[in-house]
Design a protein around this ligand. Structure first.
Ligand SMILES: [Zn+2]
Ligand SMILES: [Zn+2]
Ligand SMILES: [Zn+2]
Length: 186
């Protein structure tokens, strides 16, 4: 391909790209409508991801690591820049005051967290060796998983703390209760 032709192609591609972008038409196949806020249609985006993954998998390990490091550094730079400009670190739109995300992304995150939380919270699997409160495996010799065991511990500690505030001298909540019973009996 001669220089002139290449220049012409580049200008043409740029123009085509801009036109597609303005009309929400896929910049690759020039046929399908784009996904919301994207420049490619769903098909072309999926194919691009696949192509990139294949290219990446074919690289030597050192180069893979270098690419990953570059990507991480680029993401960190962008994040810092967006925080400095008061932009959402996810999408770049104006962030909610005092937050790192815009209203839309905050909602999305909240919805995703909620779904994840629900999926874990609701106990549907009653096999032995699982936590009494969720589907996670229980700690050895315990009835609870790590998370729920920690919560239970924290609650006991909170109880102790309250007891101490009430003037109970006992270190343990149950001991404290026993003492009160004992004193009443006297
Ligand atoms: Zn397409
Ligand atoms: Zn956002
Ligand atoms: Zn659990």
């Amino acid at each position: 391909m001669g220089f002139e032709k290449r220049e012409y192609n580049r200008a043409y591609n740029q123009e085509m790209y801009q036109w597609c972008k303005a009309h929400n038409i896929c910049a690759h196949c020039h046929k399908n409508a784009t996904e919301p806020h994207k420049t490619l249609c769903a098909d072309c985006a999926a194919r691009q991801v696949e192509r990139n993954q294949k290219l990446f998998a074919a690289l030597p390990e050192a180069q893979q690591r270098a690419r990953l490091d570059q990507a991480a550094a680029r993401a960190a730079r962008l994040k810092k820049q967006r925080i400095e400009h008061g932009e959402c670190i996810q999408c770049g739109k104006k962030a909610v005051k005092g937050k790192k995300h815009c209203t839309e992304c905050l909602l999305k995150i909240r919805r995703r967290d909620r779904a994840r939380y629900d999926a874990k919270r609701v106990k549907t699997d009653f096999h032995e060796g699982l936590c009494n409160r969720c589907n996670e495996p229980a700690l050895p010799d315990k009835m609870l998983c790590k998370k729920h065991y920690d919560i239970a511990l924290r609650n006991i500690k909170k109880g102790n703390h309250l007891n101490q505030e009430r003037g109970a001298t006992a270190k343990h909540i149950w001991q404290g209760d026993n003492k009160i019973c004992f004193q009443k009996k006297k």
